[in-house]
Design a protein around this ligand. Sequence first.
Ligand SMILES: Nc1ncnc2c1ncn2[C@@H]1O[C@H](COP(=O)(O)OP(=O)(O)O)[C@@H](O)[C@H]1O
Ligand SMILES: [Mg+2]
Length: 535
Amino acid sequence: MKAKLYKSPKSNGGKPEPLNLQVYRIEGDLVELLFYPRQIDLRVGETLTLQERDTGRSVIAQVIAFRSASYPSLVQEQMDNLLGPEPLDAPLLEAIGFRMFVENGGNGRSLELGNIKVALAKIRKTVPAEGGRWEGWDGWIPARDADIFRTRDEEVFANATRDLGYPVNLGWTLGGHSFQVEGQDLEKVNVITGVKGSGKSHLAKVILLQLIELGAPCLVFDINREYIHLPKAEIDTRTGEVLQRGIVHLEAGGNFRLGVRQFGLAPLMTMLQRYGLPEVSALHLENRLARLWEEAEAMEREGRSVPYMGLEQLIQMAEEHEFGGGSSATVINHAIRSRLDALKNTHIFARSASEAASLGKAYRQVRGGGALVIDMSSLSNLAREGFVQAIIELVKDLCVWEIEHDTHRFPFIFFEEAHLYVSRHSIDYIVTRARHLGITSFFVTNMIHGLDEAVLRQADNLFLLRIPFEDDVRHVSRGAATDYETMAAFVRRLRQRHALAIGNVTAQYPLIFSVDPLEGVNTAGETRYFFRNGF
Ligand SMILES: Nc1ncnc2c1ncn2[C@@H]1O[C@H](COP(=O)(O)OP(=O)(O)O)[C@@H](O)[C@H]1O
Ligand SMILES: [Mg+2]
């Protein structure tokens, strides 16, 4: 491309060079800009400043789409301006809507014109003439002869992100700067969603590793064994001192089983009912267990030791018809017994006191930074659901302890493939109590429709990977602080390894970034293949 075809860029007093873009028209909050793609490499998601030359006032617009230019004659004139020299003066032809152009060594301008594109940008903010912070857009638009330049990343950061001293590095901006968000702005409710294979888990790992580095206690519900290979924590087994922050691998159904009492009555009853325990039997069991555990607590308060109560013991009680009497005792106890048997097969319950793990104890290993990765790969979906519900109850107790001691080391919890095991009830519980308890959660899921609208609305941040389906985009955009068009434009064709962040971390400004590839970190999952090398 010959440089002489372009207008020479004007210098602009320290500001970035204006780009050779022409405002074609502005309709509502949409600006149509003509540009020449071989000259300017614009990308969806890029932020542009349109500054009115006379007043210095600007609008901030974000590129949301491109299309090829079709050329009614008015546009032609503007396109000519982009390319340089005047068209041939041919008034007769012009009168009938044609223009003549100088042919340029066989590579004529009409050919170049054929490559001109239209960028659609959405006006989001306005900046006063004297500069400074972005303000909400009030409908003002610049006159057509505006200088248009790429908004510097520093300016975007200054207006969309904060730095309270807890930078979480997520990757790079489209402009190539490192992209950091403030850790505090990640707190409470986050949703990471996109289609399968779009990089949700990868992004979750990026965030997790950053949180660990910042000293945050994390908890991951891992169902594909894809977090267990992240750098391990090194802990001095003698002193319990953490020598190196990292992950602690807990195997649900293996080395990490819970005692029945620790599991909690509510999750236990939910599980039994999911196994089809009839209501009458459930009531009898619940009443009896509630009394039993009260007694146990009373004994503990008096310093007496309480005999271990595992599933075996409960099964024995059912055999002895201890749950409910009267004429239907046999039926009731039989129903209870068979469901307890089913529970036993989930392997999530400890068989003895010594086998019962303590979440509190495990938590201490990561309280100063680290992640408990709870590997649930060997559990059935039903077992996972009950197990997670129980863990959430235990986490609540941990949070209450942190609040009482004014230490505030609240956990960041990652729910991988949340749709498979986090019941709506549990999500509601977490979402509504998160602010009170201090818990931060990341729901990672490709089941976009499974995300309740209420959850989407309450979400503090959305991290969206590629979502090609309109339906899904529509659903997810109900929760975002931006319009459907922007969402659709940004995420339906989001490039590989890129994500869109919108929420508190970006002051509700939608930002596309390329996700840190985590080079040198083993992020692999453990997919088992039938057809493999050397088979
Ligand atoms: N930003 C990235 N850099 C490097 N590799 C990535 C990135 N994002 C995803 N991947 C890789 O792409 C594959 C799919 O990503 P994954 O996070 O598992 O997708 P999802 O969880 O959405 O199904 C994985 O092998 C992952 O390591
Ligand atoms: Mg995944």
